[in-house]
Design a protein around this ligand. Sequence first.
Ligand SMILES: CC(C)(COP(=O)(O)OP(=O)(O)OC[C@H]1O[C@@H](n2cnc3c(N)ncnc32)[C@H](O)[C@@H]1OP(=O)(O)O)[C@@H](O)C(=O)NCCC(=O)NCCS
Length: 177
Amino acid sequence: MTAPAIVDLPARAHREAAALVAGQPLFERYGATAEVLERSWRAGVEAGDRLKAAIVDGRVVGVAWLVPKGAFARSPYLRLLAVATTAAGRGVGTALLAACEAWAFERADDLFLLVNAHNEGARSFYERRGFVAIGQVHGYVLPELDETIMRKRRPSSTDRAAEATGTCRPPPRGSRR
Ligand SMILES: CC(C)(COP(=O)(O)OP(=O)(O)OC[C@H]1O[C@@H](n2cnc3c(N)ncnc32)[C@H](O)[C@@H]1OP(=O)(O)O)[C@@H](O)C(=O)NCCC(=O)NCCS
């Protein structure tokens, strides 16, 4: 598969992207039908939300939904990240998440998201990309499901340089090893 292009999801592709999300059991469980998603996206975009899409060969293979101050009326909130099951495990989610982080950290110091507490695969996906689980909200979206709140802080310029060169930061002076 060729590398995905990450773009702002155009309104004409909302239906295609909504179908991609709504077809997945995880989102079905939360009642996310294509119609509900399309309606929410239309309202969200009017209110300033940002939808990002991963495109391969002209088709939407992944989508992300960002709400600028969706966390605590203060910080960006990644409300949804979904990759087509047919494109999973090929770097699409990583590319979309990187674009979301770039967007978020241009304007804020933190990015938050919720992940179903039983969705181990997604949770470790986020942890390996620098998100930290900071708490659980029991029965929040649906009474029978718990959500884990995850947070990523804007990497400092030192962290970014270390990531680029593969080096580690020395511990702060006076800290115990
Ligand atoms: C989680 C998700 C966004 C990852 O997207 P992806 O394009 O498959 O991810 P990538 O190919 O960039 O990276 C694969 C990584 O995701 C992990 N992963 C999680 N769920 C996976 C799945 N169903 N299939 C393949 N890989 C999965 C892999 O272990 C791998 O981890 P690593 O690279 O950190 O070792 C995608 O699997 C998905 O849409 N899942 C269903 C919806 C969901 O759980 N969304 C997140 C919560 S809102």
